[in-house]
Write a protein that binds this ligand. Structure first.
Ligand SMILES: [Zn+2]
Length: 205
């Protein structure tokens, strides 16, 4: 086992970072072209370069959706994959959801605190995009290849309405905790103002 002295935690969600080799990062970029959220500057570990990364915030980049995920090195020196990490620590999924809720709250705040169309429109879009991405990564949202392709080609905002419809349609099929996030977010966005007083248990209040 390789011993690693760092004890780094993710600034977003508090999960212990893992290390991913520079060479692997290159492969990830080629294959997935992800938007890394937490990829850190490389450090030398026994002669190889590794980047710290959060396995929860960047689970997609680490190959969550792939049959064979990319190898990562834990801080205890174990070589593993995102699949095994998720399996061993189901709280990772909870942390991921919490980090989503935190980001959604920011969007909802921006949405309600601006008079400018462009700002609330962007905030709404961002909220939809975050939920869509999270659900694609972590649970059974069924999306047609056509929609995915269209999003890839035109950008998310052109298809935000389709995504909103899709989330609404499929909300009842999602795991309980995910369904609550989606429905509460919709409610916080679109039934703002006085109506929200009756929803005091809403996680977005
Ligand atoms: Zn994180």
């Amino acid at each position: 086992m390789i011993s690693i002295k760092t004890n780094e935690k993710c600034h977003h969600c508090g999960t212990s970072s893992v290390l991913v080799e520079s060479e692997v990062v290159i492969r990830i970029k080629e294959l997935l072209q992800p938007n890394f959220k937490t990829l850190g500057t490389s450090v030398a570990v026994h002669g190889n370069r590794y980047h710290p990364i959060c396995p929860s915030c960047d689970s997609y980049a680490l190959g969550l959706d792939l049959v064979e995920a990319f190898p990562v090195l834990t801080q205890s020196g174990k070589i593993t994959t995102i699949h095994d990490l998720m399996f061993m620590d189901s709280s990772l999924i909870d942390k991921k959801r919490q980090s989503l809720v935190t980001s959604l709250k920011e969007c909802i705040h921006r949405f309600h605190s601006s008079e400018e169309d462009a700002i609330w429109w962007a905030a709404e879009n961002e909220a939809l995009r975050l939920m869509f991405q999270y659900l694609m990564e972590s649970s059974a949202l069924s999306v047609t290849p056509e929609l995915l392709k269209a999003i890839e080609e035109d950008g998310f905002s052109d298809h935000a309405t389709s995504v909103a419809e899709l989330l609404e349609e499929q909300a009842n099929r999602l795991p309980d905790a995910d369904r609550r996030v989606v429905l509460d977010c919709f409610e916080a966005l679109w039934q703002g103002g006085e109506d929200r007083d009756s929803q005091s248990l809403n996680m977005f209040d």
